[in-house]
Design a protein. Sequence first.
Length: 247
Amino acid sequence: MPRVGLPEAIRACLFDMDGVLTKTSVVHDAAWKETFDAFLRRREGPGFRPFDAVADYDEYVDGRPRADGVRAFLASRGIELPEGSDDDPPELHTVHGLGNRKNALLLEKLRTEGAEAYPGSVRYVEAVRAAGLSTAVVSSSANAQDVLTSAGIQALFDVRIDGVVAAERRLPGKPHPDTYLGAAHDLGVEPGAAAVFEDALAGMDAGRSGRFGYVVGIDRAGQADALREHGADLVVRDLAELLDNCT
């Protein structure tokens, strides 16, 4: 595995954002927990079962488009809400209302705390580009551009497929492979010549079903075995390990 720790056939690298490039997965987790706990407390009273910031986040919302995450988590609790519409106010108890509440909390946290990139990820993306590989960000977030700009890494990517682009193109989100396939298409490479970098199980499923040439799992939460079970060819704790393995 020469060059940047990837098979020789790889010509493009497709990176998830939250948890892979930036330390925003913790912020997403906190915003989801605050949103769901407030909803469940109001619906079920003080004895409600809180949103689990590890198990529920990993299983139902991590890596998925916002509305899909709402539906998946509520379904796990046997709850069904009206869909509502994209412009539902955050206090409305609809799928989109809860999603908009989470987004408002996320944006407030980003305004006050900012976004930070993982140094090892920045080092790796810079090495990938120096090796002549093209790069893309593939994120379900509609705020990806703001996060990348806040973290100062937006110039490191040739293509961005995020929640906004996915909605415009009507691309289903992860675990479907369509957003990653869209990024490969925009970079002018076949899926087999592209590597996917993900920390979410839904993203692993997307990489596997899209038949990409290599899938790297980034284990930030002690779920290395689950990442492998969902299709990772390799699991690392930090992307810089791929460079260290080449020396």
